[in-house]
Design a protein around this ligand. Structure first.
Ligand code: ZN
Length: 441
């Protein structure tokens, strides 16, 4: 039984029993869950007792565990990230890693009791999960053993679970090569390896180095998902490079620019999404098409004045200039609107956006649910999938993340059951594909 807190738990608490049951009954795919960030607290405490790591590691594991046992509050979210070295130390042997993986898969795929203070009936959090992890070589296992250990637990869930191998942005090229080679080899052996992810500190690494390896992975039939534009500091040039690889899915995509959405996505921006409506073209200098509008307006005004057959006297009237300006404005708006609603061109796609609402809110990359970029994607009928990212630090569950969609404002987005059903369906459709059984050796 996981303790949950924060915005998703508040949203879940605001739902009536019928809404909660409705959300539980929806077939859902969890496509963005990091193994090490999703280990239940009780499992970590248990691992620390049964497989105590050597004392000379320089990590205060006992202190971290004591903190976990005492229960933590949201204000201490940074403490959870400080916990990761302890988590790595606790999962450094194949036995402990296998137990941690089992616990994570159980938490998502088998019926779990409701968290304290909630009364709903136990039900699985999701129908299908793509769990992701960065293979670590430790004193007790190689990267390949790490992956085989995780895969042995994933395989026990049959068609309900698969693995995405995460490549960390801080890795050397040799490490990247080893991880991609392993992904291709294991998939070739019929193991449920379905994709490659680029993850880790969003400000580290030069993404160009990864390109050849990611293309190699795609060629071998693996899906590509990329943590992209997670922070304001991620540059437009970097996002452009990542988008040019044509990833199948994007993690977060919080700070993608309008230009990139127009350039790479097969969306037709709708009124009142992030591109301000065309009536703001003149008055809003920040409107992405403001300059374009001014230039177009001037061109049309010059043309109207030049082509006018009115008498010299009529041209002296204020009303003449008023009408000319109105005509030029209308022509310029029409021209710019056609640019704002581009035809779906060759090469533009709809990579599914992996949306992690609590993660974004708690990491403060999005100021509020009201401002969340999911609204843009929903308005533009661009596929999204609702995911948890790291249930341990964000103290959430997939059910609680879905509650953020259905709950009435200010607790949630106030979407209808029909809209939430469509979102769940989009998630199921965005699953990567497993290797065909015939490739099994
Ligand atoms: Zn992530």
């Amino acid at each position: 039984m996981a303790t949950i807190s924060g915005p998703a738990s508040v949203a879940l608490r605001s739902l009536n029993a019928s809404d909660t049951t409705f959300l539980q009954s929806l077939p859902k795919a969890e496509l963005h869950a990091h193994l090490n960030g999703s280990i239940p607290t009780r499992t970590l405490i248990d691992l620390a007792k049964r497989y105590p790591p050597p004392a000379d590691l320089g990590i205060d594991i006992a202190g971290h565990i004591a903190k976990l046992e005492s229960g933590v509050t949201l204000a201490e979210i940074s403490d959870f990230f400080a916990l990761f070295p302890a988590i790595y130390a606790l999962t450094a042997t194949p036995e402990a890693l296998a137990e941690a993986t089992s616990a994570v898969l159980d938490a998502f795929l088998t019926p779990q009791p409701a968290p304290p203070e909630f009364t709903y009936d136990p039900a699985p959090e999701c129908t299908y999960i793509e769990l992701r992890t960065t293979p670590r070589a430790t004193a007790h296992m190689s990267r390949e053993q790490y992956l085989r250990t995780v895969l042995s637990k994933i395989e026990s869930f049959g068609d309900r679970a698969a693995l995405i191998i995460s490549i960390d942005r801080r890795m050397s090229e040799n490490d990247v090569k080893e991880c991609v080679d392993l992904a291709i080899k294991l998939r070739g052996q019929g193991q449920p390896v379905v994709g490659i992810d680029l993850c880790g500190d969003p400000l580290k690494g030069d993404v160009a180095m990864f390109e050849g390896h990611f293309k190699r992975a795609r060629h071998a039939g693996l899906g590509l998902t990329i943590h992209i534009a997670e922070t304001v500091q991620n540059t437009e040039a970097e996002s452009g490079t990542l988008l040019s690889w044509n990833p199948d899915r994007l993690g977060h995509a919080t700070f993608l620019t309008e230009d990139h959405k127009l350039q790479f996505f097969a969306d037709v921006p709708q009124p009142d999404t992030e591109i301000p409506p065309s009536k703001m073209l003149l008055s809003d200098p920040e409107h992405p098409f403001h300059e374009h509008f001014l230039a177009s307006h001037k061109m049309h005004l010059d043309r109207i004045l030049r082509e006018s057959t009115e008498s010299e006297e009529a041209r002296m009237q204020l009303s003449f200039h008023f009408d000319a300006d109105k005509g030029a404005r209308r022509a310029a708006i029409k021209e710019v609107e056609s640019l704002m609603q581009p035809k779906v061109a060759e090469g533009r796609r709809k990579p599914c956006i992996e949306i992690c609402l609590s993660s974004n809110l708690l990491c403060k990359t999005v100021p509020s649910l009201e401002d969340h970029h999911i609204r843009y994607y929903l308005a533009n009928k661009h596929p999204v999938v609702i995911c948890t990212d790291d249930t341990l630090p964000f103290r959430t569950t997939l059910l609680a993340e879905y509650a953020l969609l259905l709950a009435k404002p200010p607790f949630g987005l106030g979407l209808s059951r029909e809209e939430v059903t469509q979102i769940a369906e989009m998630g199921m459709k965005a699953r990567f594909t497993k290797p065909t059984k015939s490739t099994r050796s």
